[in-house]
Design a protein around this ligand. Structure first.
Ligand code: TYF
Ligand code: FE
Length: 369
């Protein structure tokens, strides 16, 4: 089967924030990321400041408005800090864009080229859920730190004292929250526009009504380098965590970004020490004999996981370790997941109950349940 929409992986995740200078500091100190590039009024961007940070293959760009009335200012006023772009690397931007718009995507930017002394980058952009976009990027002919127009800058702080000098090495998956009844439409969108297929993992009616108050399906490209779970609220007794997000974000948008680490224990320790708060997991989770039997032997003693509130799940392919941060801004919207995979291609299905109960305790604390 020929791939109708080949992708090479995630490119940058672009955030619109109120204060990009402080975001660059937070993601440097707390997430161990390296500041690599900058664009602002000093170098040709009179209205916005942008800081680009990397950790392995993961790239985050933080953009802020330095004047009122800009698109970034409007986005932040409406949604708070949030993700405006899940950029995707493609081998052929023209072909990808043509395929996307021919199959129902709204074009936001026709293919164009950016160029400087480091080479050229091909780009185009299409709309996805809410105010979010997918920029399609081919940077195979570019040697600069990020994109033409950005200047290289020195890291803000020394790298974390870990093996690779970082806390995570890649983006594992990016999750979107959409409105009630819209999940299947967005699954269809990714199927038609990008040729993505459904992965086995999903939260259907049965689980939704019992305890999760959400439904979820995962779409991915054929190589599973780009994985996009999609959530919609489920009708239930309590207010869905997805409704809480939609209310505070002001519509659909990116809910969480999962970061792949090969040493989740060290990563959690570093981030906690730097002030990042994680969801709590009750001790009973680790003492549940059913869970202990199901997960079997994992690479760290259960006591070490329990101490850090790290969750474990196992399926036919292997196991994974995962943990979720609290929302990283004042609105109860965007959060992060850390995930360490050992064979499992799943998303922690066995943890959904414990995870959603933890999220509901937070919702209750916020008065939004
Ligand atoms: O990405 C996932 O599917 C898992 C589980 O609101 C999950 O991380 C699903 C929905 C949600 C929080 C986590
Ligand atoms: Fe996830």
């Amino acid at each position: 089967m020929s791939d109708v929409f080949p992708v090479n992986g995630m490119d940058a995740v672009v955030f619109a924030v109120g204060n990009a200078k402080q975001a660059a500091h937070y993601y440097s100190t707390a997430f161990g990321m390296m500041l690599v590039a900058y664009r602002g009024p000093e170098n040709g961007s009179p209205d916005t400041a942008a800081y680009v940070l990397t950790s392995g293959s993961a790239t985050f760009e933080f953009r802020a408005s330095i004047r009122p009335g800009t698109e970034i200012a409007r986005h932040v006023a409406e949604h708070g800090d949030g993700v405006i772009d899940l950029a995707i690397q493609v081998p052929d931007v023209e072909a990808a864009y043509a395929h996307a718009v021919a199959h129902g995507a709204e074009g936001l930017a026709e293919p164009y080229t950016m160029e400087d002394e480091h080479g050229k980058v091909q780009l185009a952009a299409i709309a996805t859920y809410g105010q979010t976009r997918h920029t399609l990027v081919d940077r195979s002919n570019y040697g600069g730190p990020y994109l033409p127009g950005y200047v290289p800058v020195e890291p803000l702080v020394a790298p974390p004292a870990t093996k690779g000098g970082r806390l995570f090495q890649a983006i594992d998956h990016c999750v979107g929250n959409v409105e009630l009844g819209k999940m299947d439409e967005w699954v269809e969108f990714y199927r038609n526009v990008m040729g993505f297929t459904n992965m086995a993992e999903f939260i259907g009616d049965d689980i939704a009504t019992e305890y999760s108050a959400l439904m979820s399906k995962v779409v991915a490209d054929g190589t599973r380098k780009v994985k996009f779970p999609l959530n919609e609220p489920a009708v239930s007794r309590k207010k869905s965590q997805i409704d809480e997000y939609l209310e505070f974000y002001g519509g659909p948008g990116v809910q969480h970004i999962a970061l792949a680490t090969n040493d989740i224990l060290t990563t959690v320790d570093h981030m906690r020490a730097a002030g990042v708060r994680f969801l709590d997991t009750p001790d009973s989770y680790y003492e549940d004999p059913e869970l202990r039997a199901r997960i079997g032997q994992v690479r760290a003693p259960i006591e070490e996981l329990k101490r850090r509130k790290i969750l474990v799940d196992r399926d036919e392919d292997g196991y994974l370790l995962q943990i979720f941060t609290q929302p990283v801004q004042d609105r109860p919207t965007v959060f992060f997941e850390l995930i360490e995979r050992h064979g499992s291609l799943g998303f922690g299905k066995g943890n959904f109950k414990a995870l959603f109960e933890a999220i509901e305790r937070e919702q209750e604390r916020r008065g939004n349940l």
